[in-house]
Design a protein around this ligand. Sequence first.
Ligand code: ATP
Length: 242
Amino acid sequence: MEDVDAYYGQSHILRDLSLHVEEGEVCALLGRNGAGKTTTLRSVAGARPPDVREGAVRFKGDEITDRTTEDISSLGISLVPEERRVFPNLTVEENLHLSDVARNWSNTFGRDVSMDHPGMSTEEVFEVFPRLEERQSQKAGTLSGGEQQMLAIARALKQDTDLLMLDEPYEGLAPQIIQTVEDAIERIAETGTTILLVEQNAVAAMSIADRAYVIDQGSIVFAGDSEQLRDDEKTRERYLGV
Ligand code: ATP
């Protein structure tokens, strides 16, 4: 993202925001409530609102600023939103199967969904999330918060995902469940998928991220290695409260 300015109507939210994520890394975007983290992810994913009025968003060198969410998703960018969208009345297996149906449907209607990189199979997803295999016949609405988070991530992985953006995956999860989700994120990163992780839980995010950005009032106020941020007490206290 280069010098991005994004708005909700007249509200100017992202201000001259620049950041980049390297292929294959886990990058964290940290900041307080309302700092603009979700807006950043939505700007990359092409979700509207917000409107990106200045600056550019590029993916693998191509400008994607004004493309539709469908286009952007077909390039291999997935966003798992904070509210963990799963279908509560369908089983785990059916939720996963729906991702396949969506992909095949897109192909049938001529969208460019690259089948040379078709996303994970259900078996591969179960390797990352053994818990989901155990719960495959259970209705998604009856899963715990952590399990629903795993299912939401799993659904994204069934699509062709090169860049996985996770919006507060640890929110509302007990510490031992955070650990399970963290392990899964690490396993996903090992498959070569690039991850942009948005978190308020800075400590947990820094423990798995290679690099971190801190955002405040819509602008980047820190960029560096996670270790640098861990050592930078001033920035942590001022912008993250930890
Ligand atoms: P949180 O952790 O609370 O989600 P965040 O860092 O993700 O925080 P954003 O959701 O990006 O923050 O919100 C940034 C600012 O934009 C906030 O001031 C918020 O009130 C405002 N905002 C978010 N969504 C909308 C919207 N749909 N319409 C108008 N303003 C919005």
